[in-house]
Ligand binder design. Structure first.
Ligand SMILES: [Fe+2]
Ligand SMILES: [Fe+2]
Length: 194
């Protein structure tokens, strides 16, 4: 790793709002706990959690502008519903500005809002930690998801994707195709394992 965790924290504290920084710390600590439970390197989990929202300080238009400027390809769906773009641009920022070279960390940051089919262990840890961290209070079924996260990580990922899709449908929000793809993949896998 290029820098120490303290240096990453200092940078993030300067960039993010107080609430977003608190969220990042909580996600980081939750990632550590899940990494302990499922046998993943704690230092990598800690960094992924801390940096996952490093691009959350930019608005939608700014994110699109920055992606175009740096030649990061965007799909039509991402331009139409840019709420998920901070993950993609965040992975770029983590590599270019925070010096992260570890592909597993970068991949986990890139898919932390939508998930993706066939997620790796760190992808799952970060995805779940982002949902269950201690400062969250609005997300659905929180006590159950927090318990499930430490009992069965795959089931927790599935339930969170499902609950996210239900929430978006209730509010009439558009769904990023990757979230749907993740759900379809997990649903199919459950069927074949029954
Ligand atoms: Fe995020
Ligand atoms: Fe987050």
């Amino acid at each position: 790793m290029e820098a120490s965790i303290q240096e990453y924290r200092k940078k993030m504290k300067k960039k993010l709002s107080e609430t977003r920084y608190e969220h990042s710390l909580s996600v980081s600590f939750t990632c550590i706990c899940l990494a302990m439970r499922y046998g993943y390197p704690l230092d990598k989990a800690e960094i992924a959690g801390l940096l996952h929202d490093c691009a959350k300080c930019y608005g939608d238009e700014e994110l699109i502008r920055r992606c175009e400027k740096h030649g990061i390809p965007l799909s039509r769906a991402e331009i139409d519903a840019p709420a998920v773009l901070h993950a993609k641009y965040g992975a770029w920022l983590a590599r270019e500005h925070y010096g992260i070279q570890d592909e597993e960390i970068l991949c986990a940051i890139a898919c932390h809002t939508t998930g993706k089919p066939d997620m790796g262990l760190l992808d799952k840890i970060l995805y779940v930690a982002d949902y269950i961290e201690v400062r969250r209070f609005k997300a659905g079924h929180l006590p159950e998801m927090r318990r499930l996260a430490f009992e069965d990580l795959d089931e927790a990922v599935y339930q969170i994707v499902k609950s996210t899709l239900e929430y978006l449908a209730q509010r009439g929000c558009s769904v990023d195709p990757m979230t749907q793809e993740t759900y379809d993949y997990l649903e199919e896998r459950r069927k074949t394992h029954e």
